[in-house]
Design a protein around this ligand. Sequence first.
Ligand code: KG4
Ligand code: ZN
Length: 451
Amino acid sequence: MFGYAMKNNLKILAIETSCDETAAAVIGEENSRPVILSNIISSQIDLHAKTGGVVPEVASRAHMEAIVLVVSMALIQSVGDEFLISNQFPINSQFDNETVKQSNNEEYQKAIKILRDEIDYIAVTAGPGLIGSLLIGFNAAKSIAYALDKQIIPINHIEGHIYSALASRVNSWWPVAGSQLSGPQTTNHKPQATGNWKFPTLALTVSGGHTSLTLMKDHGVYEQIGATLDDAVGEAYDKVARLLNLGYPGGPAISKLAEQFRNKFPIINYQLLIKSQLSIPKNKYSNVAIKQCSNKEMPLDISFPRPIMNDDTFNFSFSGLKTAVLVWVKKYLVENKLDSVDQIQMGVKEEVAAAFEEAIKDVLATKTMRAVKRFKPKAVVFAGGVSANQYLRSQIELGIKNYELGIGFLTPSSGMFGDNAAMIGLAAYHHIKRGDTRKWNEIEIDSNLEL
Ligand code: KG4
Ligand code: ZN
């Protein structure tokens, strides 16, 4: 179970295919710290947007088409070169058989050489996730480890998300969404992972498939203190977006509408209001005071439930919230004699989105603060696809800083909120440092893997 002798400046090829992103990355080491040398993501979002959600069989087939190209790109970019066809694709585009056919065989040969000569370890997501998706990356990683006699490190996807915050607070060369794929601009400007992570760390991991609070006592030492009893936060966003016909994935669409509502009607946190002793007129809108309202457009005063927010556990439940939105929308359609959600005015959809996001924010912030008070962590990590939400990030951070300024607040750098393989490689780096590596025939996959 424990690995070969460790060498300095090791290199790890990491692979992640647990849901709808085919991802590969190479992690290197400089000054005894991990650095991200490349991070390639081929997203299937366009494919799943057609069906309004991930269809597992479609996802695994798409992983199969993309995996070799994605791994090859990560290898080639890790040495500072460009895979020639990279320039033709927007970041996060989907690589299919046609893309693969366009690429040139010499480049694959070069990738194989890097894999054989420079990569020391293979890291791969072993669960949790969609089994058909996991199998593609897992089998690719296992085959490489077998054929090239390299040690392998199976990583829990949630552990990966937690480690994505390790790459925060660094200058990164990630291209911003919408730009072209590109590798490191200069070799001396790589994102450097921070080495001074303080324990215990409390991690709130929120994505399309998971919502959990984990107490991390040291690298590799986890205690899950709470999890969702039903839907994950991202899943609730996606379902509410589908209900309002806003497309897939729902998180970005809902958060954009909610933001538009807050720009018109700034929502003021009562506690801050009381602290600042400002007399701001309170209107009928539940739980908020509204600074300025035009007379023409008044909010409808929508308020959704905050399920199990005030129990004394660290668990979550979001399916009742999603149902409350459904019931509200149905009632609104009947009362306003509308036939479909497409006839609902944008201003009303914005308010539904904002009221939904307020409920999510209150539950996440309340549960996190309860855990902060109980476990007194030195740092709080907020990670997973939903942590891309700027409002949730700022509000959770505000709660923590208001309580105690000294607690660190870590979130992933942009480009690493959602699923990626760099986070899997960063987690693997610390397993390697503990000597926890395996042979290809000692690893197992588990779609319900627990931390
Ligand atoms: O971590 P991730 O990429 O994949 C899973 O492991 O599930 O998370 C994807 C989830 C989706 O449900 C998506 O709607 C949500 O993250 N998401 C957001 C935002 N951006 C993505 N949720 C809320 N606000 C956002 N800005
Ligand atoms: Zn994820």
